[in-house]
Design a protein around this ligand. Structure first.
Ligand code: OOG
Ligand code: NI
Length: 495
């Protein structure tokens, strides 16, 4: 396929989105600007605030959940081993300048109880350049929430620190018992999960278009308060028990002063090794790894977790007597990320996963391996069959190009390199597995398929972005940059 026809093919396969993509600030996407601490206006950059916040959150969680600290050490060890034993992978990551991001990479998760709490979360995360991407309906899996992931979206920001927060909104309407529902609503209506300080700084950021470095520090401190663990419940033991009986997750969201961060997840280069070695460091891992099976060429996302801690809590009591109890909500998770799949690739993934999950022969891992045998496992085939997204980079600017040159010829000659675009999002079936592994084996009520994206977006105060359009945008931007380089052969284009 020639380069020009490839661009035309992109335009056709991504339809209307391609037109929108043409309006993107391509130079911003394509030029890795690194993490500048300051923007030109003198404000702390969103990337910088996000990095400070992610570090502060990680430090807080290490104090609160010591097993997470142990997990971080194990992941660092495994990643170092993988890089030592696999120089090719190391060189690839180095060529992409992606080693730095690996060490800071985390995702976390929180669950809020009211629509207006979600809306303020959107404004709070926006200060850090994190916007809602994707809609996840988890009611089908017996979890009464729907969710999005707040994350950076442009290439430079992702490169700097792709910190994401999977954010769920409780769906009280799925509580069948009307009296209990009203009670939960009443409890939630009494709380304010944001400090006056963070509200003021959000408003200042919106008015000024940025925050000074000192204000950014203050913002991080104040924002962190929302996600801190509080061991004193806001309700009596009786209400807690009744809500917990309806669904443990409902009690977790409703009965506390705020949406405590419930896990933080470092990224590993070998999730099977971490899973295997968790018992050596005293961590009990979830039985199966969610997502695709072990492969040469990782796709999407694989995840596993350790079960939530049992923590002491204090209930309210009318006579002021201390009533103690326990609550299990906070856990640790690890993830391994692979290439983002196109709609075609994703449809194949969903079909094969469905086959493995519904089968009954052999172990789940065996069924997964068998089902995924028909998913191509080399970058070249994933790319040429249009199953995954790639970023095309001109690595030899001195090569003699003609617009009609064949892309594949230049890839074969090494003048153009195709790098897999990392999947930055989540998977609903996996997310449900992660939720469930931490509900202590509670039999889950099954909710009818009940996606309510409109209601979610109304609560959020804006639409969620379409992740497929974002990946297509990154791929197309890289091709347009190549085309520009063809027109001005003297200019060198770096990815
Ligand atoms: C979120 C579970 C989903 C993931 O990695 O898929 C999630 C939660 O337990 O609140 O974090
Ligand atoms: Ni997670």
């Amino acid at each position: 396929m020639t380069l020009l026809s490839f661009i035309v093919w992109q335009a056709k396969s991504h339809g209307d989105r391609f037109i929108t993509l043409l309006h993107w600030p391509f130079p911003v996407l394509m030029v890795c600007m690194g993490c500048f601490a300051m923007t030109s206006g003198g404000w702390a950059s969103a990337d910088e605030i996000r990095t400070r916040f992610a570090c502060a959150m990680s430090d807080m969680y290490r104090q609160e959940v010591p097993q997470y600290d142990t997990l971080l050490e194990l992941v660092a060890q495994v990643n170092a081993d993988v890089l030592r034993e696999n120089p090719q992978l190391r060189d690839g990551l180095e060529a992409e300048d992606a080693l730095g991001r690996l060490n800071v990479e985390r995702h976390g998760a929180v669950r809020v109880g009211r629509a207006d709490e979600l809306a303020v979360c959107a404004r709070l995360f926006a200060v850090m350049g994190m916007v809602p991407v994707g809609y996840y309906d988890l009611s089908v899996a017996g979890v009464p929430v729907h969710s999005t992931a707040f994350r950076p979206v442009d290439e430079a920001a992702l490169h700097c620190n792709p910190f994401r927060i999977f954010t769920s909104l409780l769906r009280l309407e799925l509580i069948a018992d009307a009296e209990l529902r009203a009670e939960a609503e009443e409890v939630l209506s009494r709380r304010n999960i944001f400090t006056p300080g963070v509200m003021e700084l959000i408003v200042r950021h919106e008015a000024q278009g940025g925050l000074s470095s000192a204000d950014a520090d203050l913002f991080v401190t104040e924002a962190l308060e929302t996600f801190r663990w509080h061991s004193d419940a806001t309700v009596s033991a009786d209400i807690y028990q009744r809500l917990s009986h309806a669904h443990r997750l409902i009690a977790d969201v409703v009965c506390f002063r705020g949406p405590h961060i419930n896990h933080l997840t470092p990224r590993t280069l070998d999730i099977d090794a971490v899973q295997r070695r968790m018992p050596e460091v005293g961590i009990k891992a979830k039985a199966v790894v969610e997502g695709p099976p072990t492969r040469d060429c990782p796709i999407l996302l694989r995840q596993t977790s350790f079960t939530a801690l049992e923590e002491k809590i204090l209930f309210q009591s009318p006579d002021g007597q201390a009533v103690t109890g326990t609550h299990t909500a906070r856990f640790g998770e690890i993830e391994q990320r692979g290439v983002a799949l196109t709609a075609k690739g994703r449809a194949l993934y969903d079909r094969l996963l469905g086959e493995a999950r519904s089968g009954s022969e052999g172990s789940y891992e065996e069924r997964l391996q068998t089902a995924f045998a028909s998913f191509p496992d080399d970058e070249g085939t994933l790319r040429t069959q249009g199953l995954a997204f790639f970023r095309y980079v001109l690595v030899d600017p001195d090569a003699a190009f003609q617009p009609e040159c064949d892309l594949e010829v230049h890839i074969a000659s090494g003048a153009i390199k195709a790098f897999p675009i990392t999947y930055e999002d989540f998977l609903p079936v996996s997310a449900a597995g992660i939720f469930q592994s931490n509900l202590g084996g509670q039999i889950l009520p099954s909710y009818a398929e009940n996606a309510s994206r409109d209601a979610f977006e109304t609560a959020l105060g804006r639409p969620v972005l379409d992740e497929m359009a974002l990946y297509a945008g990154l791929e197309t931007a890289s091709i347009i940059a190549l085309r520009k380089a063809l027109m001005r052969p003297e200019s060198s284009v770096k990815g």
